[in-house]
Design a protein around this ligand. Structure first.
Ligand SMILES: [Zn+2]
Length: 225
C-alpha cells in the first residue's frame, strides 16, 4: 500500500517556493506505483490517487482491507531551521528517537484525530497475541527501514537519510510492516529544488523499489546496483 500523505483540504507543509507537500507526496507515490508495477512482482494499491483528503485512520483501514504486506507512506518535511535537509525514514514507536522525530510525528498526526481501537476494549488474551504480532511486524518494518536507508544512501548521497522512529498514527497497523519516508525538507532551498524535479522523484521511486525487492529477497540488508 502506497500512501501519499495529506491531500485535499490538508496541503501538508509548504515550501519556500510555495510547493505543497501533498503534491510532492502524490507525484512521488504515482511514480513509485509505476515502478513497482513495472517490476512485475507486486500488487499495488494507493490510499489516494488524486488530490483527496483521507483521514489517517482510514488509510490504515484501507491497507488492512487490501491485505497489504507493506505500507509505505510518503511525506516531505518542514523546519524553522532552513539549513535542515535530507530524508528521514521512520517506523512506529511509542517513544520518539529524538526531538525532531517527535515534532514530525506531531505535525503529521495533526491531520485528524485517531481512535485507538486496537488499544482499547480488547480481552487480555487478544492483547497478548496482538502484542506479539505487533513486535514481529515492527521487526519487519525495521528491516524495510534499514534497506531504505541503505538504498537512499547509495543512490542519493546528498540526502543523507537516517533511520528514526516516532508515534506516527498512520504506522499503527499491528499486522502490516509500515514505514514513513520524509523525502526531504520543503523549507530547504536545495531539497525543494530536488523534489520538484520529476527526475529526482523517479530516482526516489527506483531506490524504494530496490529496497522492497531486498526486503522480500532476504532477511538482511543488501545493496542493489
Ligand atoms: Zn506530511
Amino acid at each position: 500500500m502506497v500512501d501519499p500523505g495529506h491531500g485535499g483540504k490538508d496541503p501538508g507543509c509548504i515550501g519556500l517556493r510555495g510547493t505543497q507537500e501533498k503534491d510532492i507526496a502524490l507525484w512521488t507515490a504515482i511514480e513509485l506505483k509505476r515502478h513497482l508495477l513495472a517490476a512485475g512482482r507486486y500488487r499495488v494499491a494507493m490510499t489516494r490517487a488524486t488530490d483527496l483528503f483521507v483521514p489517517l485512520e482510514e488509510r490504515v483501514l484501507l491497507a488492512q482491507q487490501h491485505n497489504a504486506t507493506l505500507f509505505i507512506s510518503l511525506h516531505a518535511n518542514a523546519s524553522r531551521n532552513r539549513a535542515a535537509r535530507g530524508a528521514s525514514i521512520y517506523t512506529f514507536a511509542e517513544r520518539p528517537s529524538d526531538a525532531r522525530s517527535a515534532a514530525s510525528a506531531r505535525r503529521e498526526n495533526a491531520a485528524d484525530l485517531v481512535k485507538r481501537s486496537w488499544h482499547s476494549a480488547s480481552p487480555d488474551v487478544r492483547q497478548i497475541l496482538s502484542g506479539l504480532l505487533r513486535r514481529e511486524t515492527r521487526s519487519h518494518a525495521t528491516r524495510l527501514q534499514h534497506n531504505l536507508v541503505a538504498q537512499f544512501t547509495r543512490d542519493m548521497p546528498g540526502l543523507t537519510p537516517c533511520a528514526r522512529h516516532a508515534r506516527f498514527a498512520v504506522l499503527r497497523a499491528p499486522d502490516i510492516a509500515s514505514t514513513l519516508v520524509e523525502l526531504g525538507f520543503l523549507t530547504n532551498r536545495l531539497d525543494e529544488a530536488l523534489l520538484i524535479q520529476h527526475r529526482h522523484r523517479t530516482q526516489i521511486a527506483a531506490a524504494i523499489v530496490h529496497a522492497v525487492d531486498y526486503y522480500f529477497a532476504s532477511g538482511t540488508v543488501y545493496l542493489k546496483g
